[in-house]
Ligand binder design. Structure first.
Ligand code: BTN
Length: 325
């Protein structure tokens, strides 16, 4: 662990109370000058640290910065094998992690960025990823010997994991817009992009990259014009350690599901939060829009719908006029 990280750990353990430069120097086995240098490095990364003569240093609790140590504080046993890396700025965490996957990084490698310059969404769209107000996270999974039909459920399981994580750190009730966008108060607060690579040698999944983008706070300059009416965020005010808690809760929830290989029980959690049940939607049948009522979802997260003639069908995303859901 770098000196800066050790210092951060020490300050976090004493959060909001003073610790003298001398005590830090002794604890970390460094000089007072090195303490000062590392305090400034932490300040440069955004931590608010008070320094007062004769008292020492104090990390203020409203600090909300993603850090490996900060996330580890909240991780459960199912996450103990994760290898977590935080980056300040990347083009896209999914792209960088794919490079790492090809170079041989193991199952459970996690890459989290404070901002992305070329964040990607589904269907070739961009994912707006400004600095410090969101969590942009990718998780590398190598589900060897897992049936690819189960791998398809990672995205919907991740949507449940994100909703449960938001419920843990707030008293809000997020919902899922079918198939896997997370909404709060009618606006999208999280998008999920799952990308995979099959091995041609054995027809098994080589790796899967699960990319999750969460808008935690309002971006400094607001959202760009084209998403201003549809994009939302979770919290109005910065609160201490929220991003670390939230990122850890997402990982805890998802890894529980992944490690157990339990693909049934999450469906109920998914169903409970689904916005579309009971609504009328439009489906394109032979080039024509037809209205039907959504009754339920099945075990594969397909929509179970009833057409006006009483016929019941199970539908996948491509069959549905997405503007109607
Ligand atoms: C969508 O809403 O269409 C999916 C958005 C997925 C965004 C996340 S942010 C982390 C990861 N890296 C990316 O470039 N995209 C995903």
């Amino acid at each position: 662990m770098k000196t800066r990280e050790k210092l951060l750990q020490l300050l976090i353990s004493k959060q909001d109370s003073w610790i003298s430069g001398e005590a830090i120097a002794e604890e970390l086995g460094i000089t007072r000058a090195a303490v000062w240098k590392n305090i400034n490095l932490l300040r440069d990364s955004g931590y608010t640290i008070d320094a007062v003569r004769n008292r020492g240093y104090r990390l203020l609790s409203e600090t909300d910065i993603l850090s490996e140590l900060g996330i580890w504080k909240y991780l459960g046993p199912e996450c103990r094998d994760l290898d977590i890396h935080i980056k300040h700025e990347v083009k896209s965490t999914n792209d960088l992690l794919r490079e790492k996957a090809i170079a041989g990084s193991p199952d459970g490698t996690v890459l989290i960025a404070e901002m992305q310059t070329e964040g990607r969404g589904r269907s070739g769209r961009k994912f707006y990823s400004p600095a410090d107000t969101g969590i942009y996270m990718s998780l590398l999974l190598r589900p060897v010997e897992m049936d690819p039909s189960k791998v398809l459920k990672f995205t919907t399981a991740a949507a449940v994991a994100v909703c449960q994580a938001i419920e843990t750190v707030s008293d809000t009730k997020p919902q899922i817009k079918w198939v896997n966008d997370v909404f709060l108060n009618g606006k999208k607060v999280c998008g999920i992009l799952t990308e995979g690579s099959m091995s041609f040698e054995n027809g098994e999944m080589d790796h899967v990259i699960l990319g999750i983008g969460i808008n935690v706070y309002r971006p400094e300059d607001g959202f760009p014009e084209e998403i201003r009416n549809t994009a939302g965020y979770l919290f109005e005010n910065t609160a201490s350690d929220t991003k670390n808690k939230l990122a850890a809760a997402v990982l805890n929830n998802f890894m529980k599901f992944y490690r157990k290989g339990d693909f049934r029980s999450y469906i109920n959690e998914y169903r409970k939060r689904l916005m579309v049940i009971g609504k009328d939607i439009f489906v394109v049948v032979r080039g024509e829009n037809q209205s039907c009522e959504v009754l339920d979802i099945d075990e594969d997260c397909r929509l179970v719908v009833r057409f006006q003639d009483g016929k019941i069908e199970h539908l996948v995303a491509g069959e549905i006029n997405s503007s109607s859901i």
